[in-house]
Design a protein around this ligand. Structure first.
Ligand SMILES: O=C(O)CCC(=O)C(=O)O
Length: 327
């Protein structure tokens, strides 16, 4: 794809593969037993889930959210802290730069677009996606979270993690639908999966003291076990909420844009902090690191407001609401 160095990637992929990727993945097929495929591997690929027009629509909607956000930021006393939860997360290392250089290149993520943008409010109910997620999760499904991951040139890795370390839903009937808007490979930070890592619960995660909810796996997978998922625009990666994944830094000169929707069964419940229940699941044999005190399963601070942020559903997309669920 780019011919650039990709030495930052932890998998064993030696050469950029681009269009001619030799990797094969479990793949969704109309009318096949996709539920068994998902249950076995913890993820699958859907080729051409969305059309070229829908890809352009999504890119346009992202640009318009970014422009609106910067206008608001420039014309009011809004601060990044204030807006972070609802709109965007700027690249920390680009924060000092003048946003007018290129607003979109300074944005790493957009959050909760389905709540404040009409295009994404419709898009999360895309009939093909709803049909697929109800096949996997059952008839009652909520959109838990919408995100755009813009991965600009120079942006860093997203460390290994399981999404249910953030959501903490039980049962773990939760999945991500990650749709590429640009070609993705190891050089620009494609998704990397640890196949079959779902089904045994959430493994121990830790977080840096500077960002106590930026959870990542304590034990990093071995490179030989890791699968880089090389995708074309419009392809989707559907993965279980407990399937461990990571993206390496983007070492190319161009963005790697994607949109990601997390869906969960309306029957899921948020788990409490195990400490509140008098339980501790953290492996007692792990060394305690004063720089990383916030083990997922044994958080001394609890930090409940942040945890709840990741468990607040955005939209009911199919079936019924349930009282006392994860909203
Ligand atoms: O797209 C990325 O770079 C990472 C996405 C991801 O793993 C996440 O948001 O949980």
């Amino acid at each position: 794809m780019s011919g650039s160095s990709r030495s930052d990637c932890i998998c064993n992929e030696k050469e950029p593969q681009g269009e001619g990727s030799s990797w094969s993945y479990p793949e969704w097929k109309e009318g096949a037993d996709n539920l068994s495929l998902f249950q076995k591997h913890g993820y699958f690929i859907v080729r051409n889930l969305i059309s070229p027009e829908e890809i352009e629509g999504a890119k346009g909607a992202i640009s318009s959210i970014v422009q609106k956000w910067f206008q608001q930021l420039k014309s009011s006393d809004a601060t990044e802290e204030k807006d972070w939860e609802e709109i965007a997360n700027r690249l920390p290392d680009l924060q000092g730069r003048d946003a007018s250089e290129d607003d979109e290149l300074s944005i790493r993520r957009l959050f909760r677009m389905a709540l404040h943008d009409e295009f994404f409010a419709q898009f999360c109910r895309h009939p093909k996606i709803v049909s697929m997620v109800t096949e996997l999760l059952g008839p009652d499904v909520k959109l838990l979270q919408s995100m755009s991951l813009l991965k600009p040139p120079g942006s860093g890795q997203k460390k290994w993690h399981q999404d249910n370390a953030y959501f903490r839903l039980t049962p773990a009937r939760v999945l991500g639908v990650w749709i590429s808007l640009d070609p993705t490979d190891c050089a620009n930070g494609c998704m990397h999966m640890l196949p079959c890592s779902h089904g045994s619960g959430v493994y121990p995660h830790s977080a840096p003291a500077s960002n106590h909810i930026d959870y990542s796996l304590v034990t990093i997978p071995r490179p030989n076990d890791v699968v880089p998922v090389i995708m074309s625009p419009g392809d989707a990666l559907v993965f279980h909420g407990e399937t461990a994944h990571y993206t390496p830094p983007n070492v190319t000169g161009t963005r790697r844009r994607s949109i990601q929707f997390h869906y969960a069964s309306s029957h899921c419940k948020p788990t409490k902090c195990p400490r509140q229940e008098g339980e501790t699941h953290t492996d007692p044999t792990l060394p305690t690191d004063p720089e990383k005190p916030h083990y997922f399963d044994c958080d001394p601070q609890c930090n409940e407001p942040e945890y709840w942020y990741y468990r607040k559903a955005e939209v009911l997309v199919a079936g019924r609401e349930f009282g006392g669920d994860f909203i």
